[in-house]
Design a protein around this ligand. Sequence first.
Ligand SMILES: [Zn+2]
Length: 463
Amino acid sequence: MRVSELHVPAAQDDMSRPHWNAAIETMPLEQMREFQLHKLKQQVKYLYANSELYKAKFDTVGFEPGDLHTIEDLAKCPFTTKQELRAGQDVNPPFGLHQAAPMDRIVRMTSTAGTTGKPVFQGYTKSDIARRNESICRGLWGFGVRPGDRVINGFALSMFNAGVPFCTGIETLGAVDVPAGAERKAEGVLKIAREVKATVFVGTPSFAAYLAEKAPEVLGIEAKELGLRVICGGGESGFEQPSFQREMERVWGTRHVYDWASTSDAHPNVFAHCMHRNGKHHMTPDLALVQLIDPATGELKDFSEGAEGEYIFTHLDREACPLLRYRTGDILRVYTAPCACGRTGFRMDIIGRSDDMLIVRGLNLFPSAIQSLVGDFIPKATGKMQIVLRAPGPKVEPPLHVRVECNDGVSPDHALRDAIEKRIRADLSVTTAVELVPFGSFERTSTKTRLVIVDPTAKEPVS
Ligand SMILES: [Zn+2]
């Protein structure tokens, strides 16, 4: 098959074309399946020959590369978990036992934030970096980013997976990378954005919101007066929610607000909005195979319109730290109906994480579902919220204690509280005790905001 996973920018490139790499992004699904199988066979051979972890895992179940005839045959291999990666790092630091390229071919590393345990490191060969750059270009190009744009990289640059790798991705696209970095804090980033006449911001949704909030104080102007054309990013929930999108459109004065998703170990497996914003497309089906499983049984689930399940992925040509049937813990809802943009990759929303799912009177509840409803109360509320548990989940007794932040100048009142409680009960059949907290109660950071905290000493909200 003669298609290239990598689009090489050329002087005669049509800047108005909607896709960075149309051959891949609009490839008919049947053809993509064949392409995936072809690459998967090579990748499994590569793992068997080069990765200690995968050789051992295949041996455990008596699987050999020659046993793979269809994509479904991959289900004979065991899953890979984050715990395994961590344990492997202790034995074979820094990358772990799944490392498949020799150290002298690895030229970069990144790490997970380590919020849920020891950080996990990822290594990249030059070829891994080229594919990763390609994946970033596909997403950003779809958001309308073009050569000539000055792109503020507002992600944390220190070790973070979306930090320096985004810098090289932006360069590959041909735009101007402005590596401001979240470490510079809102004041520094806003000043740079003004000085360089930035046109694009990439970062977490919390940071985008915080920058807009601080702009009048730091620069003496509203954020929208900076004239940014595209506001996008990811790293946490936010940009995918219609209410948050509307708020960002209002404060930044642009309708180009887009979401991006991946998990730290997953690159270059990425999902991104197209201009239609009806779920995020799988942008890299040629680089990573994505499958859905039932999180409880591990059984594969069919991809059909509206199907839900935990997604697992298998890198199709990652060299340094490849993963096979890796359990992400992210629960997706997928959409397979065609999209007007012409991309053939399925679309999805992340509806929660298997490890932060709560069970309230037998009902599964994802904190992000509550967050999404709270977002509908912007501008009275800021959209920020936190579920407070007295003891670790997943089983929780109602009423569920939910802290919701009021917006600047709005004082907590019964009517707002009752309206939020009523809305959550109507939509999710869950009784809550909403505690309205004043503006500024939640820390503003450029990193992830936790949706659930466990605090045995928290007081019950007064009704
Ligand atoms: Zn689309």
